[in-house]
Every structure is written in C-alpha cells, then in structure tokens.
Design a protein around this ligand. Structure first.
Ligand code: PEP
Length: 258
C-alpha cells in the first residue's frame, strides 16, 4: 500500500503563537493516524520555525521552511542559509513555490541550486512545479513541467532522491483566484511528471512522491487522492484550521481505502 502525503504551506499567515497553537492542535487531532502509512507536514513562516520545532514531534508532523538560499553564508541580505535552517531543527525545505517563481521571479536555475544545496545539507527537498494559464491554453503544460523537472533536478545524484518530493501545483489553480484542476487533468499531468522522473532517475524515480496542490478542498480531495499517480495533497487555505485539515485528511484517507 503506497504512503499518502498531506501537507500545508502556511505562506505569510500565522504569527508564532498562532503557528504553535495550530500545530499542537493538529498533532492532537491526528495522533491516531498511522505515520507508517501517512506523512503529515507543515511549512510555517521562518520566524515561527524554532518554536514550531520545539512544540511538535516531527515524527508526527514534519516541519519545513518555505525557501532557502543555496549558499551557507555571504552577501545575501534577506536570505536564510541551510546552516541557519539546520539550527531551527526543520527537516524539509520547499523550493520553487509558484509565488517564489511568479511574484519574486525565481528561475529554474536558482531552484536547481537550492535543491542541490538542500539535499547536500540533509534536508528533504520539496520541489514545486506547475504550468501557467497561458501554458495550459497552448497545451504546452507537459513540456513546461518536463523543463522545470529537467532543469530543477539537473546534476542531482540518484542517491539523493530518497529525500526528494515533487509538488505539482498549476499556477492557475492556486489561491483565492484559482480554479482547481479536475482529477482527470491532474492525473494526466502527474503521469507525465512520473514518466519524466523515471527517465531522469531510472533506478529510483518511481519512489519519488508527487503531490497535487491548487485549491484542494473538502469537495475535491477524495477524487484527487484516489488517482493512481497522485501520492498526496498539498493544501493551502483549506488546511489552515487544524480541525478542518484533520477532517479533509480523514475523508481523503477513507476514499483511498485507509
Ligand atoms: C498553494 O499556494 O500552494 C496552495 C496550494 O494554495 P491553495 O490550496 O489555497 O490554492
């Protein structure tokens, strides 16, 4: 039985106190869920990371950072280095979220340096990819996803892929103005991603989890999670209340036969 992944990026929401309350509550609500079969993770803001790590057992809820610089130190004002993240205790680093790419102009080349640096420093790297509405209009989504994977994972050693996760988050589906992808569409794109990962890493590519994100909600979580190529759900708004996220996780798990 494949492992399922459920996680949330808290973006620039929740203070330190709100984050620790949220995590404590989510850990309590989900404590009976088997962590052998299900991986839960939360990605708070930088300022909350140290307290978050002290307030929750990462064997129950893995904690991650929303971004990371590819250098250990230097003249990079405003950036956070892998050594600084190690000090906080997080085990996961998200790289290339749609807002990093499209609001802050990050490139595939930069995401590649970050993935490589995150893996070298012992983190699990969650690489986010996704096509824009324009890419979709011209039906070049698969090509764009392949390019983001090939560039973003260039030079990555197959040995590191046991700490690599991918999130497929179509840009047009994310956030308050987003439209969720249909389960059929998401499954087709996930199939493309999985084929590409297998081409890049013939020995280990099949083991890399690929999560769907973009307007996941209680109305579509079940049909998405049962798709054969979807290994988990990466949830924004619908996860930011612990009780609501707990319900969504449980209904998705049930749909997936857990
Ligand atoms: C996201 O921003 O990564 C995301 C999935 O957000 P939402 O679920 O709110 O669309």
């Amino acid at each position: 039985m494949k492992k399922l992944y459920f996680g949330s990026n808290l973006k620039m929401y929740k203070t330190i106190r709100e984050t620790t309350e949220y995590l404590t509550s989510l850990a309590r609500l989900t404590e009976d869920i088997s962590r052998e079969e299900t991986e839960l993770f939360i990605i708070p803001s930088y300022t909350a990371l140290e307290r978050a790590c002290a307030s929750v057992d990462q064997n129950l809820i893995r904690l991650g950072a929303q971004n990371m610089c590819w250098e250990e130190q230097g003249q990079f004002t405003g950036e956070i280095s892998p050594l600084m993240l190690q000090e906080t205790g997080v085990r996961l680093v998200m790289i290339g979220h749609s807002e990093r790419r499209h609001v802050f102009g990050e490139t595939d080349e930069e995401e590649n340096k970050k993935v490589s640096c995150a893996l070298q420093h012992g983190f699990t790297a969650l690489l986010c990819i996704g096509e824009t509405a324009e890419d979709k209009k011209y039906a070049v989504g698969p090509e764009v996803l392949r390019m983001q994977l090939k560039k973003g994972l260039s030079g990555i050693d197959a040995d590191g892929t046991d700490r690599l996760w991918v999130a497929y988050e179509p840009v047009w589906s994310i956030g308050v103005n987003g439209t969720p992808a249909t389960a059929d569409y998401a499954e087709r794109m996930h199939g493309e991603i999985k084929r590409c990962l297998l081409e890049l890493f013939p020995e280990t590519g099949a083991q890399i989890p690929v999560l769907y994100g973009g307007s996941v909600n209680p109305g579509n979580a079940e049909e998405l999670i049962v798709q054969p190529s979807i290994d988990g759900l990466f949830v924004g708004r619908a996860a930011w209340q612990a009780d609501k996220f707990n319900e969504l996780i449980r209904s998705a798990q049930k749909a997936a036969g857990r």
